[in-house]
Design a protein around this ligand. Structure first.
Ligand SMILES: Cc1cc2nc3c(=O)[nH]c(=O)nc-3n(C[C@H](O)[C@H](O)[C@H](O)COP(=O)(O)OP(=O)(O)OC[C@H]3O[C@@H](n4cnc5c(N)ncnc54)[C@H](O)[C@@H]3O)c2cc1C
Length: 420
């Protein structure tokens, strides 16, 4: 994008599955559509790099449909503020951009949830999704011994991907008890595609220990992680590793909806049957409305796109499909609910806010998130509380449902445009 100010009928923020599906649905109805994403290519988290690799048929299908739809991709463009109704302020490597919209579809996805425990900031400890992204980008993993822990189906998907690239998966430690994970597996019988996918992953991971009801209590090492101490409530033991991939499922990216005044329900964006938020002309689809996986994101995205384009009948025709994915979403959320023990992994010296180097003891002494920020600078660094804020919500029960610009780290010169 070269123009500093541009105007579209429908602007979609996020070029993951939800955003691509929304853009296709709306652009195929003849609307002038733009999709804004801070990444260099479309695909979001799950299809990162698929534009050139073309290894996932579902990704190929949607990226190709998007190319043919006539929608414009504004890549490497991060939305940093919503300075006035109908306008987004974005940052592009060449400078600030203002993007005007008549209808807005927010499809900003989710990020990994990290919970602090002693050693979690050691080099070599990272999120499973983050490690997967590094490896997809060409980072050599062959011959490395990896322990994967935390919770959710992503642990298995990442283990599968890393193993294919030659890593040795020493163990997958899932914090949810076996009874709940098995119950979730049983519920996927209603979704044959997911069942086949899951069975394929388990078959390829044959021989890899998958332990349920197990969680990390400490990452050990000097310059680099070399082992992790795991617990199951009765015993603790240590597994050697070169890398520790640890993540506790996903947190919806609701900063932009919050900045626009959209209401949340249970930490997710509240939407109606058309995926319309509580703010007129602002729609939301995919992970910000609840962590439901790629198929849920695609269905919600299409509904938002058709609704925003005025094709309510086509949107309504997808409501049964969405109901099925919402049942899957609920089953996943129940199965992988976080156990209470994870609230007490950090000790007072454990780093809690890694951007500002604030220990858990100092944060915990505050009466709430606002006081913690003011007194300790917790959540005031580069990630703006995306990591520690989500951890504080789970561990300390603190709400933080308001945001200020910039929504993502931005250059001061670009931000001054918000003060017109
Ligand atoms: C790190 C990670 C790895 C994952 N890996 C897998 C996997 O291997 N297999 C699997 O089944 N599921 C995976 N998931 C889950 C998967 O992302 C979801 O199930 C689903 O694909 C979500 O689709 P979405 O369109 O809602 O969001 P996403 O795919 O997350 O797309 C959201 C897009 O919005 C963009 N965005 C966000 N905020 C802004 C902003 N302010 N300005 C501009 N752009 C913005 C992001 O860059 C991203 O491209 C992963 C999730 C994460 C967080």
């Amino acid at each position: 994008m070269t123009e500093p100010r541009s105007r579209f009928d429908i602007v979609v923020v996020g070029a993951g599955p939800a955003g691509l599906a929304a853009a296709c649905a709306a652009a195929e109805k003849g609307k002038r559509v733009a999709v804004v994403d801070d990444a260099p290519s479309p695909g979001g988290q799950i299809w990162k790099g698929e534009q050139s690799r073309l290894s996932i048929p579902q990704a190929q299908k949607w990226i190709e449909r998007f190319r043919r739809s006539g929608a414009t991709l504004l890549d490497r463009t991060a939305v940093i503020a919503a300075p006035e109704p109908g306008v987004l302020l974005a940052e592009h490597p060449e400078g600030a951009r203002e993007i005007e919209w008549s209808k807005l579809i927010i499809a900003t996805g989710a990020r990994e949830l990290f919970l602090p425990f002693p050693g979690w900031t050691l080099p070599g400890v990272m999120g499973p999704g983050g490690l997967q992204a590094l490896v997809k980008g060409g980072w050599p993993i062959a011959g490395k011994r990896v322990v994967i822990c935390g919770t959710g189906p992503l642990l298995l998907a990442v283990a599968d991907g890393l193993k294919k690239q030659g890593a040795t998966i020493a163990m997958i430690a899932e914090q949810a008890p076996m009874s709940r994970v098995a119950g979730f597996g049983f519920k996927t019988l209603r979704h044959p595609g997911k069942l086949v996918q899951g069975m394929g992953i388990f078959a390829r991971l044959r021989g890899v220990p998958y332990r349920c009801g197990v969680w990390p209590v400490q990452a050990n090492g000097g310059e680099q992680v070399n082992s992790v101490t795991l617990a199951d409530g009765s015993n603790q033991w240590t597994e050697k590793c070169d890398l520790l991939a640890c993540g506790f499922h996903l947190v919806p990216n609701v900063e932009l909806p919050l900045a626009m005044g959209c209401e949340l329900a249970g930490g997710c964006v509240r939407v109606d049957a058309n995926q319309l938020t509580t703010v007129p002309d602002v729609y939301c689809s995919g992970e910000p409305t609840g962590i439901g996986g790629v198929d849920c994101a695609l269905t919600e995205g299409q509904i938002a796109g058709y609704s925003a384009a005025g094709s309510d009948d086509q949107a309504a025709a997808l409501s049964n499909e969405r109901a099925g994915w919402h049942a899957f979403r609920l089953a996943m959320s129940n199965a992988f609910a976080l156990r209470e023990e994870l609230k007490s992994l950090a000790n007072p010296e454990t780093t809690f806010c890694r951007c500002e180097d604030v220990a858990f003891g100092r944060v915990k002494a505050a009466s709430g998130w606002r006081e913690a920020k003011l007194l300790t600078r917790c959540g005031m660094g580069a990630c703006q509380g995306r990591t520690c804020g989500a951890a504080a919500k789970f561990i300390l029960g603190w709400g933080m449902e308001s945001v200020r610009p910039p929504l993502l780290p931005a250059r001061v010169g670009n931000l001054t445009r918000t003060n017109r």
